[in-house]
Design a protein around this ligand. Sequence first.
Ligand code: ZN
Ligand code: ZN
Length: 311
Amino acid sequence: MSWFNRIATGLGTVIGVMVETARTVIDEVKSGYENYKKRGGVTRGAAKAERARRSDTLKDINAELADIRRRAREGRAGDAERRRWGDLREQRAETMREQDQAKEVGAAEKIIDGAEGINKVVIDDGNIHIITANAFADVVNKTCGVCGRKMKLQWRRDIDSPSSSDLFWGCTGWYFQNGGKRRCTNTQKLDANDRALMVDTTMPEFQTTEEDFSAILGIPDIQKTVIERVDDLASDLGTKNAGVEVATCPVHGEALVLKKKASGAKGLLDMYHLRCPYWLPNDEGCPFIEKLKSGSQLAVLLKSETGTGIL
Ligand SMILES: [Zn+2]
Ligand SMILES: [Zn+2]
């Protein structure tokens, strides 16, 4: 059902373009998009409105599921609830499939709108921040070969500054457990093709080397500004009870919420995370959390939410 046969992130970065030119890929995205429109597919403002409507539907479904779960725990759920549970789970899966299609449309529009500034970048250790920037965002069309769940760009949590060989695709089933066992631990090495990206290189953060960008981020005044801006964003979103635009929970389908560590952060890159709105302390809610652990992630998050990055 996917018309956009490329791996892309919600940020409009296309992954896996080693052999093509930027022009070829943009033309391909444009023609897929035009065909989708000809078949009656919704785009732009209408697509955005539909996305918002589906988000509300997901909220309702998730709330009802949580309610049934609570009653089941208390031994108060009967056959009717069990049937309703099954129906709701199906509805949620269908709504999330539609939402995924909308994400493809959104990614394509970002690429088409930014076409002038989009260039091919081949990742090495000197510009790795360009690919790690994408590591929190939803990925379109990259699914696990073992279980079919979505995969995301990852590197090990204990590595502060990854080199390009530390990056891999990790199944989102890893975050969820069943009887103490992770639901899926499949990973896949990034291949040579995955290291070729198409990205909006007009972003000043992408015009520096990773070394220079890290050095700039190390300047106390810059850090202070970044912290103020991310705090403001978190508080704005909190007031609106809203999540971030480009990252959703793979189970609940709702936008992730931006949070700051209450205490004990070891610096800027240990301060913020995105988590599912159904997260609860003591492992009682949804465990889906994405740490924002690179400066370029903070930059593209700020850019995506406020229109301006860090530099
Ligand atoms: Zn998997
Ligand atoms: Zn969740």
